[in-house]
Write a protein that binds this ligand. Structure first.
Ligand SMILES: NC(=O)c1ccc[n+]([C@@H]2O[C@H](COP(=O)([O-])OP(=O)(O)OC[C@H]3O[C@@H](n4cnc5c(N)ncnc54)[C@H](OP(=O)(O)O)[C@@H]3O)[C@@H](O)[C@H]2O)c1
Length: 307
C-alpha cells in the first residue's frame, strides 16, 4: 500500500482539490483497481465505504488502508452484486440508515466463469457485470435522487465494448461459451444502459458516467488464464497500465465537469494504456438501449423469484 510518487504528482497537478467532506462508495474495493481507487479516495481525504461480498478480504484491505492512512474513515457494507436479495439488503441498509453518498463507483466485476451461474440463475459474468449493476442502479437511484446535493454515479465498463455485440437469440452464449464474447457483451450492455440512464437523469442531481481502466494486470485476468499466463503478464506488466494508473479515472471524473454519459479512461494504444482522458463513446453504446432495457426488465422479472 502507498501511492507512488508519479501518482501523487499527477494528482497534485490534475486533481488539486481534495475529496474532504465527500463520501465515496466503491463496490469490489478489496482487490485490484477497486482497492487502488479506494486508496486514492482515502489519500484525497474522502470518507470511504467499501461494498464487498467477502468480509475477510474487505477487512484485510481496510486494515492495510488504515495502516497507511491512520486517520481515514472507512466503513464496510456487505454486497454481492450477483444476487438480487443481497442487493435488496444493501439498498435497504443505505436507505434506512440514511447513509450519505457523494460518489458511487460500481467497480465490481468478473471475467471468464464458464458454466457458473448467479443465485438468480443468470450466466455469472452477464449476471454480475450487467444484470447485477442494472438491478442495483434501478433500486438505488430514487434514494440518490432524494439526497440534497449532487451525486456522481460511475459504472465501470471496458474498452472491449467496442468489439462486442448483442445476440438476443443466444444472449447468454449457451451454444458455445466464449469468455471474450460474454464479457464484452456484459460491458456493452452496461455501456448502453448507463448512457441511456445518464440522459434520463441529465436534469437531476445524479450525474451518471462511465469509466474504463484500460488493460491492467489484476486477479481478474490472472485467475482466468492461470498461473503461467499470470507470471508472464507480471513480467511484462510495464506494457500494461498499473492498477494504480487505471484507478485514476475516479479522481479525473471528480476534477472535471464531464457531461453526463461520458466515458473516462486511458486512450493511448487503443485505450489500453495511459492516464485518463475524456474518451469518445462509440455509437454502438449510444443506440439500442430501449430494446435492451425491455429485454432486461423481462429477464429480471422472470428470475427475481429464483435464489
Ligand atoms: N483489469 C483490467 O484490465 C480490466 C479491463 C477492463 C475492465 N475492467 C473492470 O474493472 C473492474 C475491476 O476489475 P479488476 O481488474 O480490479 O479485477 P479484480 O482485482 O478481480 O477485482 C474485482 C473486484 O470485484 C469484486 N466482485 C466480483 N464479483 C462480485 C460480486 N458478485 N459481488 C461483489 N463484488 C464482486 C471482487 O471481489 P472478490 O475479491 O470477493 O472476488 C473484487 O473486489 C471490473 O469491473 C472489470 O470488469 C478491468
Amino acid at each position: 500500500m502507498a501511492l507512488n510518487k508519479k501518482t501523487k504528482k499527477w494528482l497534485a497537478r490534475n486533481c488539486p482539490r481534495s475529496f474532504e467532506g465527500k463520501t465515496v462508495l466503491i463496490t469490489g474495493a478489496n482487490s485490484g483497481i477497486g482497492l487502488k481507487s479506494a486508496e486514492i479516495a482515502v489519500y484525497l481525504k474522502a470518507k470511504l465505504i467499501m461494498a464487498c461480498r467477502n468480509a475477510d478480504k474487505a477487512s484485510t484491505a481496510r486494515i492495510s488502508l488504515l495502516k497507511e492512512y491512520p486517520n481515514a474513515d472507512i466503513d464496510i457494507i456487505s454486497l454481492d452484486i450477483s444476487d438480487f436479495s443481497s442487493i435488496d439488503s444493501f439498498v435497504n441498509e443505505i436507505r434506512s440508515n440514511g447513509i450519505n453518498i457523494d460518489v458511487f463507483l460500481n467497480n465490481a466485476g468478473v471475467f471468464h466463469k464458464p458454466g457458473e451461474k448467479t443465485a438468480n440463475g443468470f450466466e455469472l459474468v452477464l449476471g454480475t457485470n450487467y444484470f447485477g449493476v442494472y438491478y442495483l442502479t434501478e433500486k438505488l437511484l430514487p434514494y440518490l435522487e432524494s439526497l440534497p446535493h449532487p451525486v456522481t454515479y460511475i459504472n465501470t465498463v471496458s474498452i472491449i465494448y467496442r468489439t462486442a455485440s448483442i445476440d438476443y437469440g443466444d444472449f447468454f452464449c449457451t451454444g458455445k461459451y466464449n469468455n471474450f464474447t460474454v464479457y464484452g457483451r456484459s460491458k456493452l450492455c452496461l455501456a448502453k444502459y448507463s448512457y441511456s440512464k445518464a440522459k434520463q437523469y441529465e436534469k437531476s442531481n445524479v450525474k451518471i458516467l462511465m469509466n474504463h481502466p484500460g488493460i491492467s494486470i489484476t486477479p481478474l485476468g490472472i485467475n482466468a488464464f492461470g498461473s503461467t499466463v499470470g507470471r508472464l503478464a507480471k513480467i511484462f506488466s510495464r506494457v500494461f497500465n498499473s492498477p494504480e494508473k487505471s484507478a485514476l479515472s475516479l479522481p479525473f471524473i471528480m476534477a472535471n465537469d464531464l457531461p453526463a454519459g461520458s466515458l473516462a479512461g486511458p486512450s493511448r494504444f487503443f485505450g489500453g494504456w495511459g492516464y485518463p482522458e475524456n474518451c469518445k463513446l462509440q455509437k454502438r453504446a449510444m443506440a439500442g438501449a430501449e430494446e435492451l432495457i425491455k429485454f432486461t426488465e423481462n429477464m429480471i422479472e422472470q428470475r427475481k423469484t429464483i435464489g
